[in-house]
Design a protein around this ligand. Structure first.
Ligand SMILES: O=C(O)CCC(=O)C(=O)O
Ligand SMILES: [Mn+2]
Length: 206
């Protein structure tokens, strides 16, 4: 696929509107059968771990499982947990290279989150760690169960977006988005199956 196809309207991809916001939403970036195959392979091949993190002095299990994959020098940490990278697999390398070409970035790592049920979640945050630089490009691929993704402006609270992320959907966040907006995957009381989300990132190695 050429870059203009990706940024064109052929897949009904669209930019989300808002101040300081640069987010491209690409529904069905992977078709449903490829998305399912990739999900099954990742569930088989990946060793996930549920970590404990300390927030505001309280230590709790993080409500999801995680795996961190990347180049050997790419460690990643927040809230007292530093993850050392597992090596790239052929499947993750293939996805990384495809996405790197499309969005013209050189991703050197990917965080895989496993939301096992509707009780698993990720609270409001921005991917604004110093190691990601001031204007990170983050490509987020969703697989499996549909979950709600919410975005809110940090100071202008009337600006919000809610998107249902389906299996195979891609979101690309860039520019100053992380400096001005937060995002989350809230818990849901609906009965939902398991979901994987892959965020391809570029860690600035010093
Ligand atoms: O699961 C998602 O769609 C979002 C994941 C996320 O925000 C992150 O890994 O930082
Ligand atoms: Mn995030």
């Amino acid at each position: 696929m050429r870059q203009e196809d990706f940024f064109g309207e052929s897949q009904q991809s669209r930019n989300l509107e808002g101040p300081d916001l640069e987010v491209r939403y690409v529904p069905s970036f992977l078709d449903p059968s490829r998305a399912q195959l990739v999900m099954e392979r990742l569930l088989n091949e990946t060793s996930f771990h549920q970590y404990e993190r300390t927030l505001f002095g309280v230590t709790r299990p993080t409500p999801r499982e995680e795996a961190w994959i990347g180049d050997p020098n790419c460690s990643y940490g927040y809230s007292g947990v530093v993850l050392q990278p597992s090596p790239w697999t052929p499947l993750l390398q293939e996805l990384r290279d495809e996405l790197s070409r499309l969005v013209d970035a050189t991703f050197n790592s990917v965080l895989i989150n496993h939301y096992r049920t509707g009780s698993d979640s990720m609270g409001w945050h921005a991917d604004d760690e110093a190691s990601l630089g001031s204007s990170p490009v983050i490509a987020s691929l969703s697989l499996g169960a549909t979950r709600t993704f919410q975005l809110r402006h940090v100071t202008l609270r009337e600006f919000r977006h809610t998107i249902e992320l389906h299996s195979g959907d891609l979101l690309v966040m860039s520019g100053r988005t992380q400096a001005h907006w937060q995002h989350q995957i809230p818990k849901t009381s609906r009965t939902v199956g398991s979901r994987l989300n892959l965020t391809f990132r570029t860690i600035e190695v010093t």
